[in-house]
Design a binder for this molecule. Structure first.
Ligand SMILES: *Cc1c(COP(=O)(O)O)cnc(C)c1O
Length: 219
């Protein structure tokens, strides 16, 4: 199958999962995760109309997106990997959305950089729903206080919550937990679901799904 066909297949499954959940397809944004793929591999997705992309490394994204953006208007770029403080300035300059706000230090540094650069990025707080030691994210029990800190101490607008469930577990309970935490924080946007489970995530209320290999192929 060509990339165009895989992309259309994912779109059609997103529509079907949304309608089965009694939701409107346009309530779910498809973030095409292009990490590890170079500009030439990404161009067919842009040509097919895809505009929202996710990358997990700042430096890798800097190597391809300025050029791709110069060629096509309306690209929206999401950072979905962990952010180090020394990369915050670059990340704020390049990305439109940071989905991995996961600690006070990085939230503060994003707030400072946005002020300095006069840019307002859309921000998601990453929650470590499985409390996995190797995984980034705020603990579920600390989510409300962290979101409140971002809002009240830093003046940030948080758009939603993001999670990556443990690879070896049924993702449903993790998606349900993220939805519950978002409601507690008065947030209505949920970034959850990847190639293997995006339809399940839509059933639990995902407003964006981050799909890589089902579109671009195996990495
Ligand atoms: C790589 C990645 C994805 C996409 O994973 P696939 O299984 O290829 O769809 C989604 N979210 C994050 C945070 C990732 O790092």
């Amino acid at each position: 199958m060509e990339l165009e066909d895989r992309l259309e297949e994912v779109h059609s499954r997103v529509r079907k999962a949304a309608s089965e959940a009694g939701r409107k397809p346009e309530q779910v944004t498809l973030v095409a995760v292009s990490k590890t793929f170079d500009a030439d591999a990404i161009r067919p997705a842009i040509a097919a109309g895809q505009r929202v992309f996710g990358e997990n490394r700042v430096q890798e994204a800097q190597g391809k997106w300025p050029e791709l953006r110069a060629q096509t208007a309306g690209i929206e770029l999401h950072l979905i990997g962990p952010l180090q403080s020394n990369k915050t300035a670059d990340a704020v300059a390049l990305f439109d959305v940071i989905e991995t706000v996961d600690r006070e230090k990085i939230a503060r540094s994003i707030a400072d950089e946005m002020k300095r650069q006069g840019r307002a990025l859309r921000l998601y707080v990453q929650v470590n729903t499985g409390l996995e030691p190797q995984k980034a994210g705020i603990a579920p029990d600390d989510t409300l206080s962290f979101v409140t800190f971002c809002r009240e101490e830093l003046g940030l607008t948080i758009e939603g919550l993001m999670c990556i469930p443990p690879a070896d577990e049924n993702p449903g309970p993790h998606f349900a937990l993220l939805a519950k935490l978002a409601a507690r924080c008065s947030l209505d946007r949920l970034s959850m679901g990847m190639s293997g489970d995006y339809e399940v995530a839509i059933g639990f209320g995902a407003t964006s799904v981050r799909v890589g290999s089902a579109i671009f192929g195996t990495r």
